[in-house]
Design a protein around this ligand. Structure first.
Ligand code: GUN
Ligand code: FE
Length: 462
């Protein structure tokens, strides 16, 4: 079993026993068990290998379970564009590539066809919790919520708000209409699952970004958010230099990008801010004071040439940080790729932050992330537990601790995965296997995926 313990430490237990209840909660866990004493450990919990009301799943060396990935930022209606349009930077990319594709989701049949593929793909990549942006369409985005619910992915689903600066055929007619639709969307999604933190699918207020929302709309959304403190909020921030400059001309009363969202009451504990590539220190401090979280999206930040986010600085500053795939700014929904590129991004940043020789060995200061590349435990943390914190679900998911929901992945690097560039040796340690899965693995290694204890995806799932 592999599970995050902290930003610097991972539980790597070669032999664990984990008990999951029929409603998908982890009841108890025993780690570093001697394989010859399985029966005794089970007996301690009133169980035996002969129990007929229990399904036993036993793993081989070369396989492990770990928490599912938490994708803190991605766009379901853009999957069709994955891998397209990478010659553009953000604002042209939105105009020429992205808005024309999203517009097609006015057609509910198209939404049904596409969203089913999208959610399936995301689950099979091991993403058990996903923060989804839909389009501005109410009906189409309800379809996205229905499908995540049906296929069993834990999700925040948001209907985009955008009443200006898009194309005439792809923006909302008025702030009033946008807010009314958001209100009905929230009621619709809240009725799908229980209202506590174990709910599978929840609505999220989703002003696309400041550029696409009038002050009137942002004011209305701030009021709506205040009336629904339990509903999270997601948006984009400080992704690209041209975007930042334009935002400042639209909101001259605010001196920074983060202040714009704060001004309208949209920065709070359950706010998820994507990108943040060019955030200033004062903005990081404001975001931290409000308790909001950051979603690092390196696949997209490289692809759209947005920049290299200084994630080590965020962590040193005490900002909450998760990882996101940001399809189709990023070209893939793979959180494995996102971890790889988060590593590369931190190495790029370290070129000019002048870390000392310890950079080469990873044996760096225990108190500082900013000058060095992110180590494996930190990359693993932001892909799982860090994401759970950003979603304010840290007591529910993100690690495999008793009391949490069983949202997990069975990973294998055994030869039957047919991932021929990822070899397995009997003598490999769990640590070395994890590192090579993180740097060299893909969906072939994601064998089974569970959310709330229900098997919902993976290579072995039919
Ligand atoms: N900013 C506003 N909309 C978008 C989007 O769809 N993707 C990305 N990466 N940034 C955005
Ligand atoms: Fe995005």
């Amino acid at each position: 079993l592999i599970s995050p313990l902290s930003k610097r430490d991972i539980r790597l237990s070669p032999c664990s026993l984990l008990s999951v209840s029929s409603c998908g909660v982890i009841e108890w866990a025993e780690h570093d068990v001697d394989p010859s004493s399985l029966q005794e450990v089970l007996a301690k919990h009133g169980r035996s290998l002969e129990d007929r009301d229990v399904e036993f799943i036993q793993l081989k060396w070369g396989e492990w379970i770990m928490p599912g990935f938490v994708d803190t930022h991605t766009h379901a209606p853009q999957f069709q564009n994955n891998g397209a349009g990478s010659q553009y930077e953000l604002l042209d990319w939105l105009k020429y590539v992205t808005f024309p594709e999203e517009e097609k989701f006015a057609d509910v049949q198209y939404a049904k066809k596409m969203y089913r593929r999208v959610v399936r793909a995301s689950l099979d990549l091991g993403t058990t919790m996903c923060c989804w942006y839909g389009t501005l369409h109410l009906e189409g985005t309800k379809v996205l919520a229905d499908i995540t619910h049906e296929l069993g992915q834990r999700a925040y689903v948001g209907k985009c708000n955008m009443d200006r600066n898009s194309s005439p055929t792809y923006q909302e007619a008025s702030a009033e209409e946008s807010i009314a639709d958001t209100r009905s969307f929230i009621s619709y999604v809240e009725a799908l699952s229980p209202s506590d933190s174990t709910a599978l699918v929840r609505p999220i207020i989703t002003p696309r970004f400041a550029i696409s929302c009038t002050s009137k709309l942002l004011t209305g959304l701030g009021e709506l958010a205040a009336a629904h403190p339990q509903v999270p909020i997601q948006t984009h921030i400080s992704e690209n230099n041209a975007e930042i400059a334009y935002t400042k001309t639209l909101f001259p009363e605010c001196s920074t990008y983060a202040e714009v969202y704060d001004h309208f009451g949209l920065l709070r504990e359950n706010t998820i801010l994507a990108h943040g590539v060019h955030l200033e220190k004062s903005e990081l401090d404001l975001i931290k004071r409000r308790g909001a979280g950051l979603s690092h999206c390196p696949t997209s930040n490289f692809n759209l040439r947005s920049g290299s986010a200084h994630v080590g600085q965020w962590l040193d500053n005490g900002n909450k940080c998760g990882l996101g795939t940001d399809c189709s700014g990023g070209w893939t929904a793979s959180m494995i790729t996102a971890m790889q590129l988060a590593s590369v991004c931190s190495k790029v940043v370290s070129f000019y932050t002048k870390g000392d020789d310890a950079t080469l060995t990873g044996r760096f200061s225990k108190t500082q992330f900013a000058k060095y590349q992110l180590p494996i435990p930190t990359l693993f943390w932001i892909a799982t537990m860090g994401g759970a914190e950003v979603c304010c679900l840290q007591d529910t998911i993100g690690s495999l601790e008793p009391g949490k929901q069983f949202d997990a992945v069975r990973v294998s690097i055994l030869p039957e995965t047919e991932n021929m560039h990822l070899w397995y040796e009997e003598s490999d340690s769990l640590e070395s296997m994890l590192e090579r899965f993180m740097t060299n693995g893909d969906e072939r290694n994601v064998r089974e995926v569970w959310v709330k204890g229900r098997k919902v995806g993976g290579r072995l799932f039919k």
